[in-house]
Design a protein around this ligand. Structure first.
Ligand code: SF4
Length: 359
């Protein structure tokens, strides 16, 4: 592909214009796309709005399982047979202790996630009290993911100091019936619109690799742009055994990076998060995700393990990026930085395996 093609992607994105569907599709599928110029083009956009900073998120799976919904990709769904550790909402002191850990790990945002269709009024009042306490104790942003939320509940949460409400669109409207039957795409849109009506910033994204076509990914990216979503997680489907959705497309690191670039070009000002599946699908190309994306989870997802925090922090620094923090937790971050790995010496049985087998 000629250099002009990549330059054009940056220019169109920065000028606020929209890439055509044909260009988006070409970017995702054309065999002559070269990864480095594409990443550089996306990086020019990322750099304009977010410099070389990376926002780190930490997830608290505050309630696991017991969900009546049947999202086919989810290990907590009523339809899943995955052997997960289920528990009701964690006690307040546990949620607060994890907020402290999130702050000390350098997280910019603490994401409290709970399973379920949506919170009752009583649960909303409880969460509001918790949000007030966290905000009073730690200079960290709080994001809540609690299922479907109406306008009244959204208003109460906003009043309590919630910074963001997460509710992912996950896939396109036409593909939605293939991934869930207990609620609709429109239900999800209604939650986002309720949040926006009361002035709550929204976090909403996509899951790539659930059997959708490139047109579905393009549609969701454009829908999220229209909604002016502040924070946009791009998840890559993790095939957890026991969920309904096991047969899906094979994701390659190359394709995953192209998707991130597409989302950056179409949502230049959004915080784009390389979210679940980063380690699993990007493999040795993981660090390249930092060029289109400016945000990631520090250490794992809802039911799946991810990197350890020290690895994530090291990767960010090694690539010349800087962690963006809310408060003064530089001391804790320095401690992580000073961690050195010992060089391990080879033992005789490794150096001379023949001797071992002869013995
Ligand atoms: S994604 Fe949320 S609503 Fe859907 S099954 Fe999982 S926990 Fe329930």
């Amino acid at each position: 592909m000629e250099t002009a093609f990549y330059q054009e992607l940056t220019t169109i994105s920065l000028s606020g214009e929209l890439l055509s569907d044909a260009t988006c599709d070409k970017l995702l599928t054309a065999s002559n796309i070269e990864l480095l110029p594409l990443l550089d083009a996306a990086y020019q956009v990322r750099k304009t709005y977010f410099q070389n900073e990376v926002q780190l998120h930490i997830l608290n799976n505050a309630q696991n399982g017991y969900c009546p919904e049947d999202c086919h990709y989810c290990a907590q769904a009523s339809s899943a047979s995955t052997d997960i550790e289920t528990y009701p909402l964690k006690p307040d002191d546990e949620i607060l202790a994890e907020a402290e850990r999130a702050y000390e790990s350098g997280a910019y945002r603490y994401c409290v996630v709970m399973s379920g269709r949506g919170p009752s009024p009583r649960r909303v009042a409880h969460l509001s009290r918790l949000i007030r306490t966290i905000k009073a104790r730690y200079p960290i942003e709080v994001c809540l993911s609690a299922g479907l939320v109406d306008i009244e509940s959204a208003g109460i949460l906003k009043e309590a100091g919630l910074d963001r409400l997460n509710h992912n669109l996950n896939t396109s409207e036409s593909h939605y019936p293939k991934i869930c039957s207990t609620h609709s795409y429109q239900d999800r849109m209604d939650t986002l619109q309720a949040a926006q009506t009361v002035g709550l910033a929204c976090c909403s994204g996509v899951i790539v690799g659930m059997g959708e076509g490139t047109d579905d990914l393009i549609k969701v990216a454009k829908e999220l742009r229209q909604l002016e979503i502040a924070s946009l997680p791009v998840n890559f489907f993790l095939p957890i055994s026991g969920t309904q959705l096991m047969e899906t497309s094979t994701l390659t690191p190359d394709y995953c990076l192209r998707v991130l670039c597409l989302y950056r070009f179409l949502n230049p000002r959004s915080e784009i998060r390389v979210a679940a599946g980063r380690e699993h699908h990007f493999r040795s190309m993981e660090v390249m995700a930092l060029y289109p994306a400016n945000s990631m989870f520090i250490d794992g997802y809802l039911n799946a393990k991810g990197s350890v925090a020290s690895h994530t922090l090291q990767m960010i620094r090694d690539a010349g990026f800087a962690v963006k923090t809310k408060g003064d937790n530089t001391e804790q971050l320095k401690e992580e930085e000073s961690e050195k790995r010992d060089v391990l010496l080879k033992e005789l049985k490794v150096l001379r395996p023949r001797l071992e087998s002869d013995a």
